[in-house]
Design a protein around this ligand. Structure first.
Ligand code: G3P
Ligand code: CA
Length: 251
C-alpha cells in the first residue's frame, strides 16, 4: 500500500477519514479505519481519551453513552472494563461486538501503511497523556506518518516543547475575523504547522491569510460534494469527511 494513496486533481489535497469511514461503519473502531484505508483515504482521523488506568483509548466522547452499550465517563473505566463493551451495535447490528481500540491496537493493525491524524481530547492528566502519546509514536516509528491535533492550545505547546518533528495542528471552531483573525493566525503560526477549521464558521479570507503564511488548512466536517469543491477552490490543503465515497469526484 502506498503512503499518501490517492493522487488528486488538486494534488496537494489530503482526504481525512473523520473518525474512520464513519458514514459506513461505527466511528473510531478498527472496522471503520480498515474501511477508510481500503477506500483510499490519505489520513485516518481519530480521537484519543485516557482510561482510568492510563491507557490511550480511541473514542470521541468523554462518555460512553452514545457509542457503546455502557454509560458514564470513559476516564472512570479501566482498559479491561472498556474492552468488554460493544462499540458497534449502536451503529448497526452487523457491527455488534466491535471494540473500543487502544491507540496501540490501531498502530499494531496498520503500522506505517497509512497516515494518522490523532486528535487529543483534553484531559486532566494531559502531561502524562502527551508523554504516553509521544512514546507510542516513537516506539512504532511513526513520526513520518502522523500529525497531532487538538482544540486545546496548551496540549500542542507540551508537544512543541519536546521538539516533535511531526506536524501539530490547531483546531479552531470559530476563527476570528478581520484584524483579530490576522493576529490569531500570527499566534498559531508561532507553535503550530497548520489549522483544522470548522467549515461552518470559517471565512474564505481567513483561509487565504492562513495559506499565505504557509500553514496547512484542513476543513471539517465536509460531507457534501459542492462544499468540498468550494473549499478546494479556496485553496485548502485537506478535507475532513465522514463520507469517503465523495472522494471519487476529486481524483
Ligand atoms: O478534525 C476535526 C474534528 O475531528 C474536530 O471535531 O468533534 O469531530 O472531534 P470532532
Ligand atoms: Ca476529531
Amino acid at each position: 500500500m502506498s503512503l499518501g494513496g490517492v493522487v488528486h486533481a488538486h494534488s496537494h489535497v489530503s482526504f481525512f477519514a473523520h473518525r474512520g469511514a464513519s458514514a459506513l461503519a461505527p466511528e473510531n473502531t478498527i472496522e471503520a479505519f480498515e474501511q477508510a484505508i481500503n477506500m483510499g483515504a490519505d489520513y485516518i482521523e481519530l480521537d484519543i481519551q485516557m482510561s482510568q488506568d492510563g491507557h490511550l483509548v480511541v473514542i470521541h466522547d468523554d462518555t460512553l453513552d452514545r457509542t457503546t452499550n455502557a454509560s458514564g465517563d470513559v476516564s472512570h473505566y479501566t482498559l479491561a472494563q472498556l474492552k468488554k463493551l460493544d462499540a458497534g451495535s449502536w451503529f448497526d447490528v452487523s457491527y455488534e461486538g466491535a471494540k473500543i481500540p487502544t491507540l496501540e491496537d490501531v498502530f499494531q493493525a496498520f503500522g506505517d501503511h497509512v497516515h494518522y491524524c490523532i486528535e487529543i481530547k483534553a484531559n486532566q492528566r494531559s502531561e502524562y497523556m502527551i508523554a504516553k502519546l509521544h512514546e507510542l509514536i516513537e516506539n512504532y516509528q511513526l513520526m513520518d506518518v502522523v500529525m497531532v491535533q487538538s482544540f486545546d492550545e496548551d496540549l500542542l505547546h507540551l508537544l512543541r516543547n519536546i521538539d516533535v518533528t511531526y506536524p501539530l495542528i490547531q483546531i479552531i471552531s470559530r476563527p476570528k475575523s478581520g484584524f483579530r483573525g490576522k493576529n490569531q493566525l500570527s499566534h498559531v503560526e508561532s507553535y503550530a504547522d497548520g489549522l483544522c477549521l470548522n467549515a461552518r464558521y470559517t471565512s474564505p479570507s481567513f483561509v487565504k491569510h492562513a495559506r499565505t503564511k504557509g500553514l496547512l488548512v484542513h476543513m471539517y466536517t465536509v460531507n457534501k460534494r459542492k462544499d468540498i469543491k468550494k473549499w478546494l477552490n479556496r485553496g485548502v490543503t485537506g478535507i475532513i469527511t465522514d463520507d469517503l465515497r465523495l472522494m471519487e469526484y476529486f481524483k
